[in-house]
Design a protein around this ligand. Sequence first.
Ligand code: DGL
Length: 270
Amino acid sequence: MAVGLFDSGLGGLTVLDAVTKRLPKVPFVYFGDNAHAPYGVRTADDIFNLTCAAVERLWAEGCDLVILACNTASAAALKRMQETWVPPDKRVLGVFVPLIEALTERQWGDNSPPREVAVRHVALFATPATVASRAFQRELAFRAIGVDVEAQPCGGVVDAIEQGDEILAEALIRSHVEALKRRMPRPEAAILGCTHYPLMETTFREALGPEVKVYSQASLVAESLADYLQRRPEFLGQGTMGRFLTTGDPAGVSNKATQILRRKISFEAA
Ligand code: DGL
């Protein structure tokens, strides 16, 4: 049994950390497409092609279920993949729906009609491609009415994190939060809609202030994956070993991943 986890780079490690804690017996095969990150400035076609190639690689590792631990791929490619490309014996799931279910206080898989919810003003921080897709607003509209979403495309932040330039990442985040607050002065909730952003969660929280409830995905995705595997254990694939694969430089990516997860991580060439 093994499950695949995909991200354009290092951000999916925030999800990996949470799922390995929640499901310690499940081996996870992680694929970071670091050579092609950031995805957030690419076209939807490009993101679709790169994501499909990575998912095929994870299927070859015996992972019948692959989680796109990347909002950009979930927003710009997942629907098309599910509708046109994923065969019936495989599953590819994204990270948006668990987050929106939490925001709208729904049980996993509750498909009842949209209704009014407690939160009214939501700030969404995400990559330019995720914001342009409007996937978050589309998924939210299936579940809630009357929620005002202000989205801020956070150009440059993923690149700075991938390069290990924390000072630049911090400066960019502060200016993106300020830009959003000019348009929505008092958000009640903020969504960190990119799996890289929890690595800079303290900066987001400081810039937003204590009255804003911050939602990030890792623990929500872990809970919904545990629930999914309980209902659909047949999608625990044939793979038996956890591995870390990258299209980038394995030594450099391993060093950064080791710093992020605070344990020795060794990436191999994909
Ligand atoms: N971690 C990816 C996400 O959640 C980053 C995308 C990128 O590479 O720009 O959106």
